[in-house]
Design a protein around this ligand. Structure first.
Ligand SMILES: NC(=O)c1ccc[n+]([C@@H]2O[C@H](COP(=O)([O-])OP(=O)(O)OC[C@H]3O[C@@H](n4cnc5c(N)ncnc54)[C@H](O)[C@@H]3O)[C@@H](O)[C@H]2O)c1
Length: 255
């Protein structure tokens, strides 16, 4: 994306799950706007590679290891972002996902706990660690990545994932309600199945065609089509959007 939001130049943006997929696209998109990016991920090598790409094109980024489910690790990652980049203006929580399609009756409790921890506890811990610093920003933003699975119901997902993404949306609204007076806006982006390298490897072309056929636009999005919305939400143009869910689903679900 070309640099269209000059106000984002120099802002410090922490992106979780930035080693690949949608999170990596978001990290690159902010760097293209001149923001200083902390690429946070449990996959240190992947995050370092994204940072190398950003640096090679003249952007400023650092890779920071974190496990979003571990409070000490999250606090440490935010502390490192502050010490190396000098503050925090925007938090994007993209780390998330689930292992497999499942029903409630055949889901081991451990799998439920793991999935909810990654998506919901992880988002909570990152927001908790970031909020004191976002309050000092003057243009603080929290942008959570939820999912169409948290907006509507379908059998081709995981109950733990669907429930935790609905939880992420309600957590985002709670944050919007309570942090607005501190000049922080909180919004969520809720993607449909997206053509990331991981999804392209997992799904057959027939499967992708089937899902695409259910979308009014008859195609699935590239990850950049979510990243551009995330960057907009951080821009001054979105300064009065708060507690919104941006349904980047091509019109499949309209709410
Ligand atoms: N790709 C899709 O089709 C799709 C659709 C709707 C919503 N989403 C959501 O978008 C976000 C990104 O999805 P994606 O497909 O790009 O995911 P992905 O699996 O490609 O990438 C997820 C990243 O999170 C990191 N991660 C995993 N566990 C972590 C942990 N405990 N701590 C820190 N980092 C961890 C991984 O290393 C990876 O880099 C997720 O929240 C996902 O639920 C994705």
């Amino acid at each position: 994306m070309a640099a269209v939001y000059p106000e984002l130049s120099g802002r410090v943006v922490a992106v979780t799950g930035a080693a690949q997929g949608i999170g990596a696209c978001i990290a690159r998109a902010f760097a293209q706007q001149g923001a200083r990016v902390a690429a946070l991920d449990i996959d240190q090598a992947g995050a370092a590679e994204v940072v190398r790409e950003i640096s090679a094109t003249g952007g400023k980024a650092i890779a920071v290891a974190l496990d979003v489910t571990d409070e000490t690790s999250v606090q440490g990652a935010i502390a490192r972002t502050l010490s190396e980049l000098g503050g925090l203006d925007v938090l994007v929580t993209s780390a998330g996902g689930y292992g497999r399609l499942a029903n409630v009756e055949d889901m081991p409790v451990e799998e439920w706990d793991r999935t909810v921890a990654l998506n919901l506890r992880g988002t909570f811990l990152c927001c908790k660690a970031a909020i004191p610093h976002l309050k000092k920003s003057g243009a603080g933003r929290i942008i959570t990545i939820s999912s169409i699975s948290g907006r509507t119901i379908s059998s081709s997902t995981s109950p733990a994932y669907a429930a935790s993404k609905a939880g992420v949306i309600q957590l985002t609204r709670f944050l919007a309600y309570t942090l607005g007076e501190h000049g922080i806006t909180c919004n969520s982006v809720a993607p449909i199945t997206t053509l990331t390298p991981r999804v392209k490897a997992l799904r057959t072309p027939q499967n992708i065609a089937q899902i695409s056929a259910q979308v009014p636009m008859k195609r699935l999005p590239d990850p950049d089509e979510h990243a551009s919305v995330v960057v907009f939400l951080a821009s001054d143009g979105a300064s009065y959007l708060n507690g919104m869910v941006m349904d980047t689903n091509g019109g499949k679900v309209m709410m």
